[in-house]
Design a protein around this ligand. Structure first.
Ligand SMILES: [Zn+2]
Ligand SMILES: [Zn+2]
Length: 239
């Protein structure tokens, strides 16, 4: 560890990315690790929608990406961790969740070698106001972990959208339609597109469409969290 790193560690000691308590490690503490394990998307997983096969939702959507990988369901401690990045309460957690997102991508698509990593952009006014973009933080951590080039500005958002989770299902596709544009050509490239949370996949789909229209041959996606109504319903039944 360099002097600078040691100094930074003294000022910003490592915290658990889930409960944010000072633990001197930047991995989840033992208590959080046990809970987090239960939120992993594991077992037989559909490579297309990224959910466990028993919760597969592929028949409901027409995906324009090759597949999507995510390490966790959007609930409990995994949600706390990622929302901590999202709302800038715990930006340091991007490193851990980025690492886990990268690992899930390698696990699902061991044969895929993306040319670069990019991310779902937020509308410039939002980012300027906060001077912080959680999805960019996550994409940086993923690119670092996979040792891939990062093109944060491959896509730009050209208009504001409503937050997808606040809208009914039938309004979500229209909400993101035409909201993103490519900033360059990506002819023949294989792209890894990052977002923080996948719900219906409409946002990833719309961004994938733009990347494909800009020449990308294949688009793969990875997110830190995935929401699944079927998984949530199954949980309720077992309670
Ligand atoms: Zn913890
Ligand atoms: Zn599926």
């Amino acid at each position: 560890m360099s002097v600078l790193e040691r100094l930074l560690k003294a000022i910003y000691p490592d915290r658990c990315p889930c409960c944010r308590q000072l633990k001197g490690i930047d991995e989840p503490c033992d208590d959080c690790a046990v809970v987090l394990k239960k939120q992993e998307i594991s077992g037989k997983v559909c490579r297309r929608c990224g959910l466990e096969k028993r919760f597969c939702c592929c028949s409901q959507y027409h995906y324009l990406f090759e597949g999507v990988a995510a390490p966790f369901y959007n609930r409990d401690l995994a949600k706390d961790g990622v929302y901590g990045i999202k709302y800038k309460e715990a930006p340091f957690a991007a490193k851990y969740f980025g690492k886990r997102t990268a690992e899930s991508f390698i696990k699902r698509f061991p044969d895929v070698k993306p040319d670069f990593v990019c991310c779902v952009p937020c509308y410039s006014k939002e980012a300027r106001k906060k001077n912080y973009d959680a999805v960019e933080q996550l994409a940086k951590a993923v690119a670092d972990e996979l040792d891939l080039p990062l093109k944060l500005k491959a896509l730009k958002k050209v208009r504001a959208t409503e937050k997808q989770h606040t809208l009914p299902q039938d309004k979500r596709q229209a909400n993101v339609k035409g909201a993103y544009k490519p900033t360059a050509r990506f002819d023949g490239k294989t792209v890894l597109l990052i977002d923080d949370i996948k719900t219906t996949g409409y946002t990833l789909n719309e961004c994938s469409k733009q990347l494909r229209m800009a020449g990308a041959e294949k688009v793969y996606c990875a997110t830190a969290l995935m929401t699944s109504k079927r998984q949530e319903n199954a949980l309720v039944k077992t309670r």
